[in-house]
Ligand binder design. Sequence first.
Ligand code: SAH
Length: 398
Amino acid sequence: MRQLIEVKVNSESAKDIMNGYPLLSKEAMETSGVTMAEGSIMHLVNSNGRYIATAYYGLQNKGIGWVLTRKEQERIDTKFFVRKISEAVAKRDSFYEAEDTTAFRVFNGEGDGIGGLTIDFFNGFYMVSWYSEGIYSFREEIYQALSEVVNVRGLYEKLRFNHNGQYLEQDDYVSGEKGEFPLIVLENGMKFAVDLNDGAMTGIFLDQRKVRKALRDHYSKGKTVLNTFSYTGAFSVTAVLGGAIGTTSVDLAKRSLPKTIQQFAVNGIDYEAQDIKVMNVFDYFRYAARHDLKFDVVVLDPPSFARTKKMTFSTAKDYPKLLKDAMKITNDGGIIIASTNNASFNMKKFKTFIDKAYTEANTRYKILEEHQLPEDFTVPDKFPEFNYLKVVFIKVMN
Ligand code: SAH
């Protein structure tokens, strides 16, 4: 039986939660000395013992659980999940209908009312990501609910909890039709190869959809493009389809080479005409400077943290330096597309990194575009801190 526990929260958190804040932090709890199993239902009460919300217990690095409802009588059962998933699906009507886009996010955790759970759609297949043991304990109810709301061609899942940050190698297939991978999905008419059963990632980051479209439609024609931290080369493919005269993709991971070749190939692009480098981006900057290489457009999309044998990189600390390195190999009048998904700072702070870099390099700049998460990556109303993606298109003016 699932535990039901009354948990007292401090007055500050009680206020936030009544206002719609979805996350429960460890510090917010005034009740101590109770041991809770993952997946326990918590009735949150204020210091007067008055009910404020129902949450589940699930440890993530962000907090210890998520609010599910503010209605005391609402039960957390299959019907509850049917309601939540139906609401989320209804919001994505236009995505389901679009013919030129067949991959998008159907359910975005706290933005759709259940933190710790995301569901993505890939051409009829669904991929569910579980971010804690606690939410995973509702697996049966949630899969039942999903199958009641949508027509699931095949179901895959990723377990993203409790393995010291490591992805647990496992078979991600759950039920229904088995996909033949690579599965080809469309995004604004572009093709992307995805694999739902090949480690932690699928081959494409769906949250960058609008950035890819902007790059293709407005910044690629006749340009040379350097794509750093390129992963499967999605930005490079985008640039070529937008008319770029050459792309260079740089990623440290060996598998980025075959994966990038594959992304080009499924779009009918001659990959031999494109440059794909398996190397450390910071070594590449030195290599490019030595060879006098410069680009019209440079994409910077580093992971929040990266560690190699020689160095560590953290976006929160090192982004200005990364920008300065990129500036050195960007043509005058060129564009740097600076991206980060580090949730620990907001857009305002990110722009201070940009300003610091250009000021230190004594270079004038102009911000041309800004992007955050697209509509299908719903963020809770009033709480923009859950909008982790920040992308800024910067024109170099010197
Ligand atoms: N821009 C990509 C996603 C980047 S994910 C896209 O839109 O699809 C981050 C990538 O950075 C990973 O593929 C990882 O292998 C790579 N990476 C991490 N540290 C690196 C380094 N120092 N040099 C080159 N690549 C690095």
